[in-house]
Design a protein around this ligand. Structure first.
Ligand SMILES: Cc1cc2nc3c(=O)[nH]c(=O)nc-3n(C[C@H](O)[C@H](O)[C@H](O)COP(=O)(O)O)c2cc1C
Length: 168
């Protein structure tokens, strides 16, 4: 069955996962058919330490050897819109999300980024768009941990974003 929306996300420390789940819950409330998929990498890919993870990610970017995704991916052509989530790493798109975007061939629908950070998103949205120049990319939703802890404010932000990207 063709679904309206796919939510796909990578989350290193579960923060983006919370945003992804809030986005999915809001679509359920609106009765918009949606699927949610977590992008995963092999367990030994990243350290549990933020600085070591940052070093690993920098090496992956410099060498072009992005981490392999270990989850099964749904058929993207089944969806009209794909919401792509991940953490901000060094002001840029985290490497597992880069792998997903690299393999996003010939997607005819639109995609929209959502991302979490500690307050410094840097060039995230520009970086994201540059990774998929052939795909229509809508404006993104940023959430800090502070916003994620404020249920009402978060819901208002999600609703405003959904209105902006045509999901109201
Ligand atoms: C390798 C790495 C780099 C990060 N770089 C940034 C950054 O540039 N700006 C920022 O505000 N937060 C940065 N953070 C913090 C994360 O973006 C933030 O904690 C995010 O919400 C984590 O989401 P997750 O739990 O889904 O991985 C970084 C974290 C890691 C592990």
């Amino acid at each position: 069955m063709t679904k309206a929306v796919l939510i796909v996300y990578y989350s290193w420390s579960q923060t983006t996962k919370r945003l992804a789940q809030a986005l999915a819950a809001e679509l359920t409330a609106k009765r918009v058919p949606a699927d949610i998929v977590e992008l995963t990498v092999a367990a030994d890919t990243f350290s549990t330490d933020m600085y070591a993870t940052s070093d690993t990610a920098k090496q992956q970017m410099a060498s072009g050897q992005l981490p392999k995704l270990t989850n099964a991916l749904p058929t993207l052509t089944d969806y009209q819109k794909v919401l792509v989530g991940g953490p901000v790493w060094g002001g840029q798109v985290a490497t597992p999300v880069r792998t997903f975007l690299r393999d996003l061939h010939d997607f005819q629908g639109s995609i929209a980024p959502f991302f979490t950070d500690m307050g410094t998103a840097g060039d995230y949205e520009v970086d994201f768009k540059n990774l998929v120049p052939e795909v229509s990319v809508e404006s993104g939703l940023e959430a800090t941990r502070q916003l994620l802890s404020q249920t009402q404010k978060l819901q208002t932000s999600i609703e405003a974003w959904y209105a902006e990207i045509g999901l109201s």
